[in-house]
Ligand binder design. Structure first.
Ligand code: APR
Ligand code: PHB
Length: 390
């Protein structure tokens, strides 16, 4: 097999890249080790920055998102039961759209397949070769048979646990990491959301987040230990804790329902530099991880592949390699700002077991400042809705 760009991974990064390249007339193939059903059901976060919704429209995959997605003009930040709203619309005149990542993935797969695009699901033994040559290759197995794709470029969109990043020779990449001493116990439930917008809640018992996926579907999270076993949390105990952390009105305001999904996510910040080795590019979670508190994961993955598509366009249309050489720098400037914001939100909202009484007082002052100073609220809003993309 032969293609211009071989894409490894059918998550938001790989799929969006495939559509972007197709629009530019650049041939590509995606290989994915999971099944289509699996990637379409994988529950992840669900916040789209303002510009990302416009990009989905431009790619012709925005229709369902515009119909079913929930447009939010702000968020609430709550401390021990007392909430203050950050009004994005009045502060920065932008909104965000709540639409599950797996719904985006469904729309992208459907669109790419209907264009005649090639996505090979359920492959195994993926490996990349000849990275130093101008014809790098991808090898994989499918249905017991070995295959090889000869490419001009390879896009490593294979997530944090993928094979692309570890295939770069030792010494080329530098990794920057922070692991947090807490995780999130997340639920998806058949119950009406507590609020029409997200509530980020700092509580003496630990952080909680009240979100939603649809008018009758709640998504909620509780701060827990990073290695907590979700099975040890009976459903009633999760609801009781979500009520307690919401504050005095929790009992009346939070309506319980059947829990459809339950899981624990550990939290880390991670960046690899550079995001490129010769003709192999890393994009999305393959290159960086953010803690979910800033809701930046899917948006960053989308920004990376937008920049990558522009670089490949310049190469194919005018033989210009400047954008290809500048790929890492261009992405990392946005990534580090998203890391800064995600770190800020994470440390401001969670209880860190290592914090002193001084740290807690400082944290409460920060929450008070951010929710009462227009300048500080504006900075939060500007980052939350997504910094301008150029
Ligand atoms: N061969 C083929 N596919 C692979 C391989 C492999 N060796 N290893 C991993 N994959 C696939 C995974 O099964 C997954 O479908 O690569 C895909 C990577 O997708 P994501 O993990 O969703 O990563 P990305 O597309 O970068 O999107 C980032 O996903 O993890 C969330 O919160 C994160 O919102 C962010 C978004
Ligand atoms: C979610 O809806 O799952 C969600 C929302 C906001 C976040 C993280 C997750 O910051």
């Amino acid at each position: 097999m032969r293609t211009q760009v071989g894409i490894i991974g059918a998550g938001p990064a790989g799929l969006t890249l495939s559509l972007l390249l197709h629009r530019l007339g650049i041939d590509n193939i995606i290989i994915e080790n999971r099944s289509r059903a699996y990637v379409e059901a994988r529950i992840r976060a669900g916040v789209l920055e303002h510009w990302a919704t416009d990009l989905l429209d431009e790619l012709g995959v925005g229709a369902r998102m515009r119909k079913q997605g929930l447009v939010h003009e702000g968020i609430e930040i709550r401390v021990n039961g007392v909430g203050r709203r950050i009004d994005f619309k009045s502060l920065v005149n932008k909104t965000i759209t709540v639409y599950g990542q797996h719904e985006v993935v469904k729309d992208l797969i459907q669109a790419r397949l209907s264009q005649g695009g090639r996505i090979e699901f359920e492959v195994s033994d993926t490996s990349v070769h000849d990275l130093e040559s101008d014809k790098p290759t991808i090898r994989f197995k499918k249905n017991g048979e070995s295959h090889e794709i000869t490419c001009d470029f390879i896009a490593g969109c294979d997530g944090f646990h993928g094979i692309c990043r570890p295939s770069v020779p030792t010494g080329v990449l530098t990794e920057f990491e922070r692991v947090y001493p807490f995780g999130w116990l997340g639920i998806l439930a058949e119950s009406p959301p507590v609020n029409h917008e997200l509530i980020y809640n700092n509580h003496d018992r630990g952080f909680s987040l009240y979100a939603m996926r649809a008018p009758m579907i709640t998504r909620a999270y509780l701060q827990c230990d990073p290695d907590e076993d979700a099975k040890k949390w009976p459903d009633e105990e999760i609801w009781a804790e979500l009520k307690r952390r919401l504050g005095p009105e929790g009992e009346t305001r939070l309506k319980t329902g059947r829990i459809i999904e339950k899981g624990v996510t550990a939290m880390r910040s991670f960046v690899t530099e550079p995001m490129q080795y010769k003709r192999l590019f890393l994009a999305g979670d393959a290159a960086h991880i953010v803690p979910p508190t800033g809701a930046k994961g899917m948006n960053l993955a989308t920004a990376d592949v937008l920049f990558l598509s522009r670089a490949l366009e310049a190469f194919y249309k005018s033989n210009n390699t400047a954008l290809i050489e500048g790929y890492s720098k261009k992405c990392l400037s946005r990534i580090w700002k998203a890391q800064r914001f995600s770190y800020f939100m994470t440390t401001m909202l969670h209880l860190n077991p290592k914090d002193s009484a001084f740290d807690r007082k400082r944290q409460l002052a920060e929450l008070d400042y951010v929710t009462s100073s227009e300048a500080a609220a504006k900075a939060l809003a500007e980052n939350y809705v997504g910094l301008p993309i150029d």
